[in-house]
Each structure stands twice: as structure tokens, then as C-alpha cells.
Design a protein around this ligand. Structure first.
Ligand SMILES: [Zn+2]
Length: 419
């Protein structure tokens, strides 16, 4: 009997131990389970309303950004796509890019608003700006010389007001050439160019206490800076084509070049000595083009524009033997590739999306007065009334009428929308 009792006690003890072990195991399990991070998975939010989706994701504190696109199938403000696919683990601060629908594109409205990205773009050609009034010149309007190569500052301010009030907004020449046009909806792009590096393009009168250049308010850039403030949505910019003399202010030249590219302007190439490229040898052509590129590179690295304004507008034909040396060449161990070349005068250029667009042979409009004839400013803008480029504000799309479908370039990856 006693022995049996002993056996029973042993069984009990074993049972208690087992139960205790089980409890310990459970506690261990529970404790370690708490240490395991909780995985959160991305859900499918496509087709959901943006506000609703944001509310849903709020607690996960994602870094959400949106891009808007037209879509025929997904209603306005609903999500077209999400950069993080569903069932992907997410954590605080993850970037989530959403494409949100603007709804169906209103073709009728585009037509009524005259959106036409196959329209023409004026590339205005200026040279000098002189601080005088129109009444002080003995020539027509704001022409300081007979041909209006130098323009009065009064006329220049008048030009800028005229462009702005007629719905033109400035773009960089490089952006026009590259078809990067995000001019606001319903407005037209215009490009301003200045040749020769006249000191009145950007006249520096001294340096301030911090060593920054002080710009004469009546030089071209002084006026352009004034218009940045006067019309903040004018998108003020211009390109200056220089020779090796740069802006003819040896003391300040380098500071000027740096200031220009740091303040939204462009600097391009007008050959070393304002050379007539119809008369240079092929080797000389590369010297006079390449040396200016090299000089600019030495001052601002690759921030100059690889664009040449052909002095005197020559050669007149691209078949000229020198032309290929304008576009490609080498000077003193420095090789260059010119993206675009500009001619002189007379009419607005085609859209960069026109199949006839040739960025290496672009026409400019002479910014001068001639009573509305011979392609003066008045005549050019009269011509543009019905033919001008009118932007939709989106640089990823090309919008125009069905009638223009035949003139659109085939070499574009942009979305083409016809009305
Ligand atoms: Zn020139």
C-alpha cells in the first residue's frame, strides 16, 4: 500500500512539472511574440477616391505624392495607379506616388480655348538696349540705328508689356529646342535672344559689400529683372550669345556669366571673333566655335547652352562645307556637339513637334520697328494671331486640331491628343 501511494505521489509531481513547463512555454511564447514586429501590407487603392485613400492610409504615415492625368475610364479624383503594389510590406516614411485621374479630357474645351501645340513660336532677336527714349532717336519707333539692331530701353519695356499682355510667356531656348514646353494653359511661348555680348545687355556698375554684381537697371538684364517682379508669371528668361570678349567688361565678365546661369538665364556661343562662317576654313570654323565653348566651360562647367547664333546668319545653307563643323568639332583637345544653331530674321519658327522642325537651322524674328511691314515686331505678332502655339500646360502631351495631324513629327514619345 505504501509503495503504491509513493507511486501516485510521483505521478502527481510529474504532472505538476508538466503543467508548469507548459505554462512557462506559453509565457515564453507570448513574450517573444510581442517582440516580433507587426508587418503591414499595402492595400489596393486603385479606383478609390484620393481623399478616401489618404484617410485609409493615414495611420501608416507614408510620404504620399500625387500626379494628375486625364483618364477616360477612371472618374475624376480617383486613383489610376499606385507606386507600391498591393501586398508589399510598408513602413512609416515610405514614398507612395499616386497617379490621380482628372477625368475625361474635355476636347470641346481645348478646341474653344484654341489650344494648339503645333502652332508657331517667335524667337526674338535683340542686340543692344540703349538707355534712351524713342523720341530721342532719329529713326522709326524704338530703333536707335536705321535697322533697329539697338533698341531704346523705352521700346524694350514696351515690347515686354506687349508680349505679356498678348498672352506670351517666356521659355528657355533650350526648352523650346527640346520640346520641354510647360507654358501655362492657354498661353503662348516666346524666346528672347541677345547677340554680340554688348555691355548694355548686362551692364555692371560695381560690386556690393558681399561681392555681388550691381546691374544697371536700364541695361537689358536690369529691365528683365524689373519684369520678373512686375509680372511674376511671365517666367522671365533669355539667352545671351557671346564672343570671346564675353560681355566686354573684363573686370566682371566671369561674375556676369555665373550670375546669368544662376539666375535663370542662358549663355550661348556667337563664335570667337564674330566670324563670318562662310569665309572661314573648316579648321578655323572649329577653332572659332570650339574656343568659345571651351572658354565658357572654364567659367561655368557644363552650364552653358550648346547653341550657336550664327554671326551675320551665315552660312545661309546647311549644305555649306562649314556647317558640319558648327555642329561637331574639336578645338585644342576639347570636343563639342552643338545642339542647335540660329539664323538671323525673319519669321516665327514652327513648333518643335512639327515634322519640319530643324533645331540646327532655326529662324528668328528681328525685334525692331518698321510701321508693321517687313517682318517688324508688329507684323510678326499680327502673323501669329491665328498661327501661334497655345500651350495646354502639360509638357507630356501634344494637343492640336485634327487638321494638323499630318504635320506632327513621328519622332516623339509624347501623347498626342487631337480635337
Ligand atoms: Zn552678331
Amino acid at each position: 500500500m505504501r509503495r503504491r501511494r509513493k507511486k501516485l505521489n510521483l505521478k502527481r509531481i510529474l504532472l505538476v512539472i508538466l503543467v508548469l513547463l507548459a505554462i512557462a512555454f506559453l509565457i515564453y511564447k507570448l513574450a517573444t511574440k510581442e517582440e516580433e514586429p507587426v508587418k503591414i501590407m499595402m492595400t489596393d487603392i486603385t479606383n478609390k477616391d484620393l481623399a478616401e485613400a489618404k484617410e485609409l492610409l493615414k495611420e501608416y504615415k507614408l510620404d504620399i505624392s500625387e500626379e494628375y492625368k486625364y483618364n477616360d475610364d477612371i472618374p475624376k479624383d480617383a486613383i489610376i495607379s499606385q507606386s507600391i503594389p498591393k501586398d508589399t510590406e510598408i513602413k512609416e516614411g515610405d514614398k507612395l506616388e499616386l497617379v490621380v485621374s482628372l477625368g475625361k479630357r474635355d476636347l470641346e474645351k481645348l478646341k474653344n480655348d484654341g489650344i494648339n501645340e503645333l502652332g508657331k513660336v517667335p524667337i526674338m532677336m535683340y542686340h543692344g538696349i540703349k538707355n534712351m527714349k524713342n523720341s530721342e532717336t532719329s529713326h522709326t519707333g524704338g530703333n536707335v540705328d536705321k535697322d533697329g539692331y539697338t533698341r531704346t530701353v523705352e521700346a524694350f519695356r514696351g515690347d515686354l508689356d506687349f508680349y505679356y499682355q498678348n498672352g506670351y510667356r517666356m521659355i528657355k531656348l533650350s526648352d523650346y529646342v527640346a520640346g520641354n514646353i510647360d507654358t501655362e494653359y492657354g498661353k503662348s511661348p516666346i524666346v528672347l535672344t541677345f547677340d554680340d555680348g554688348n555691355d548694355n545687355n548686362i551692364k555692371v556698375t560695381g560690386l556690393d559689400d558681399d561681392g555681388n554684381i550691381i546691374i544697371d537697371k536700364n541695361s537689358a538684364v536690369g529691365v528683365l529683372e524689373e519684369y520678373k517682379k512686375k509680372y511674376p508669371d511671365f517666367n522671365v528668361t533669355a539667352i545671351f550669345f557671346v564672343t570671346s570678349a564675353l560681355f566686354n567688361q573684363p573686370e566682371y565678365n566671369e561674375k556676369i556669366i555665373k550670375w546669368l546661369v544662376d539666375n535663370g538665364y542662358e549663355v550661348g556661343n556667337h563664335t570667337k571673333g564674330h566670324n563670318n562662317l562662310s569665309n572661314t576654313s573648316e579648321k578655323e570654323t572649329e577653332q572659332v566655335v570650339g574656343s568659345v565653348y571651351k572658354q565658357l566651360e572654364g567659367i561655368i562647367g557644363d552650364k552653358y547652352s550648346k547653341i550657336v547664333a550664327l554671326p551675320f546668319g551665315t552660312p545661309y545653307n546647311k549644305t555649306h562645307a562649314n556647317y558640319k563643323h558648327v555642329l561637331n568639332g574639336e578645338y585644342d583637345g576639347f570636343s563639342y556637339e552643338t545642339v542647335s544653331a540660329l539664323r538671323v530674321g525673319w519669321e516665327p519658327e514652327v513648333s518643335p513637334f512639327n515634322k519640319d522642325f530643324d533645331r540646327t537651322f532655326l529662324k528668328r524674328c528681328r525685334a525692331y520697328d518698321n510701321n508693321g511691314v517687313e517682318f517688324d515686331i508688329k507684323m510678326v505678332f499680327r502673323m501669329l494671331e491665328k498661327t501661334r502655339y497655345v500651350s495646354d500646360g502639360d509638357k507630356e502631351t501634344i494637343i492640336t486640331s485634327n487638321a494638323n495631324s499630318g504635320i506632327i513629327t513621328k519622332e516623339t514619345e509624347k501623347e498626342i491628343i487631337l480635337y
